[in-house]
Design a protein around this ligand. Structure first.
Ligand code: G4P
Length: 524
């Protein structure tokens, strides 16, 4: 396997639940040659989910909370697809996974347009100017007008769009997809079937199309395509790479239109691994020495063992199995003798991996999200975000003898990024903060299964939490003592302001103009 960073395309799919991410993932793996039969992704998921208690929650609710990595080779390139769960209740590792990719595919349901979860995930991509290719999916169903959809993307996301493939018809009239960049027309021999035919044309006015498409539909489509070519931006590689412009493909993952065009587009335009900022300097992927950061830690599916897998994105160098790497936070050297590569078929022991690749490092809880590994250099990769939680609860411990277990459980699960833990100034009960309400069940169930401790949650009077900071120490002190009831501290000891409403935050801001209130905080 070639290990140069130029051959890597590391990306994620962002979407709202039900837009078609699983279907697309499956088709990408299938057309990328990684699986033999579409349908295996789900089957494998179910088998895996059956393995542990807390994952039963996912199984019962039919969703996947865990992220994983799928690696496959296509066109002499190595594609690393990092999965980001699309359910609206999920933990921070979803967001953090996006810090480990170089580009993203945004899947939008053609009948719905931009939905809440897509918007949230898009905002995270925007923080890092991640280039995005858009797939407007389910064009074989009744859909919104293509112009309406493209305008919605432009306006809601403040992102220029460049239509590359447009639909001919929709719902019952859906006939095919036309590629404006090369004149190819994709369609099915038999109406309603998966796409199996490509007709090469000299342009949308080519007479070949008159024999294929209903005349009225073709006339309307020709007009639409002409209007689209003047109404939207031409594709510009630089704008795309800077995250300002998104090429748009209208298609149907289910009918096999979209996946191959996406694979080709990723191979042609998606960026190879980019330089990564650290506290000391920017690391180029071309550097010889190995460096990387951990963006996710996942407890093993086996509830009898307390071991974990840390997912590390390699930022530079050619990693070789058995290598010794320095964990910068602790200064300890770790021998990585059983790294895991996540091939779509199975887990395999990696012999080597390059920039842009992700390896799993098994450990017993010693590796944390945000950890940097190097060959000895003292530096720390930056930009891994912590998010202001949207659900706050006080933890109640019915059995007072289990304080130690509770602390251990909360500390470990906070390290994984499942929850945030806050210590109040007043009172001794921990307060937890989560990005989604479903995580409460996961937390409760894992505390019991893995740490033998029953916990309950009580609502608190606060609904919002924001980090606060101020360069002027005296002003910060005044602020903290004036708001002592509202202040808690996160695990790193950074102060966090709890509020009942946005109004309260705005009101407090006005009274303390020197204090900065932050909804996200970089872990490093
Ligand atoms: P998700 O991972 O984003 O949540 O979506 P998923 O792929 O599971 O797709 C959600 C539903 O939409 C599925 O139907 C899937 O078959 C359907 N779907 C995905 N892409 C297309 C498309 O291009 N066209 C059409 N018409 N449907 C599409 P389901 O009935 O909920 O599940 P299933 O029983 O078919 O698996």
């Amino acid at each position: 396997m070639p290990s140069s960073h130029e051959t890597r395309r590391t990306f994620a799919i962002i979407s709202h639940p039900d837009a078609g991410k699983t279907t697309l993932t499956e088709k990408l793996l299938y057309f990328g040659g990684a699986i033999r039969m579409a349908g295996q992704v789900k089957a494998r998921g179910e088998k895996r989910r059956a393995k542990s208690d807390w994952m039963k929650i996912e199984q019962e609710r039919g969703i996947s909370v865990t992220s994983s990595v799928m690696t496959f080779e296509h066109k002499d390139l190595i594609f690393n697809l990092l999965d980001t769960p699309g359910h609206e209740d999920f933990s921070e590792d979803t967001y953090r996974t996006l810090t480990a990719v170089d580009s993203a595919i945004m899947v939008i349901d053609a009948s719905k347009g931009i939905e809440a979860q897509t918007l949230k995930l898009f905002e995270v991509c925007r923080l890092r100017d991640i280039p995005i290719i858009t797939l407007v999916n389910k064009c074989d169903r009744e859909a919104k007008d293509p112009f309406e959809l493209m305008d919605e993307i432009q306006e809601t996301l403040a992102l220029d769009v460049s239509p590359m493939v447009l639909p001919i018809g929709s719902g019952s009239t859906f006939h095919g997809c036309y590629n404006v960049t090369n004149g190819d027309y994709y369609t099915a021999k038999t109406k309603g079937d998966a796409f199996d035919t490509i007709v090469e044309t000299s342009g949308i006015d080519d007479a070949k199309l008159d024999d294929l498409v209903d005349s009225q539909l073709l006339e309307e489509s020709r007009e639409m395509i002409e209007l689209a070519s003047v109404g939207y931006s031409d594709f510009d590689l630089e704008s795309y790479r800077e995250g300002h412009l998104s090429p748009v493909i209208f298609g149907s993952a289910l009918k096999d239109f979209g996946p191959t065009a996406l694979l080709d587009l990723i191979a042609d335009i998606a960026p190879m691994p980019r330089p990564s900022p650290t506290t000391e300097r920017t690391v180029s992927p071309e550097e010889k020495k190995v460096s990387g950061f951990v963006f996710k830690v996942q407890a093993n599916m086996d509830s009898h063992h307390r071991d974990r897998v840390a997912f590390m994105r390699i930022c530079s160098g050619d990693f070789k199995r058995g290598m010794k790497l320095r964990q910068v936070r602790t200064g300890k050297d770790i021998m990585v003798h059983s790294p895991i590569m996540f091939f779509a078929q199975d887990r395999e022991i990696a012999q080597e991996a390059g920039p842009g690749d992700v390896i799993g490092i098994p450990n017993h809880g010693t590796i944390r999200v945000g950890d940097t590994f190097t060959e000895g250099e003292q530096m720390q990769f930056t930009g891994l975000p912590a998010f202001a939680p949207e659900v706050l609860r006080r933890v109640r411990l019915p059995d007072g003898t289990k304080v130690k277990q509770l602390r251990r459980a909360l500390e470990d699960l906070a390290e994984e990024g499942l929850t945030q833990v806050f210590k109040p100034n007043i009172g001794s009960n921990w307060i937890i903060g989560l990005v989604g309400i479903l995580q409460l069940d996961v937390l409760k169930s894992r505390a019991k299964a893995e740490y033998g401790v029953e916990i309950d949650f009580e609502p608190i009077t606060y609904n919002m939490a924001v980090w606060v900071k101020c360069d002027d120490e005296a002003k910060m002190k005044t602020f903290l003592s004036a708001n002592v009831n509202n202040i808690v501290h996160d695990r790193e000891g950074s102060p966090v302001f709890l509020a009942k409403s946005q109004w309260e935050i705005d009101f407090t801001k006005e009274r303390h103009p020197d204090i900065t209130f932050m909804k996200t905080r970089e872990l490093v």
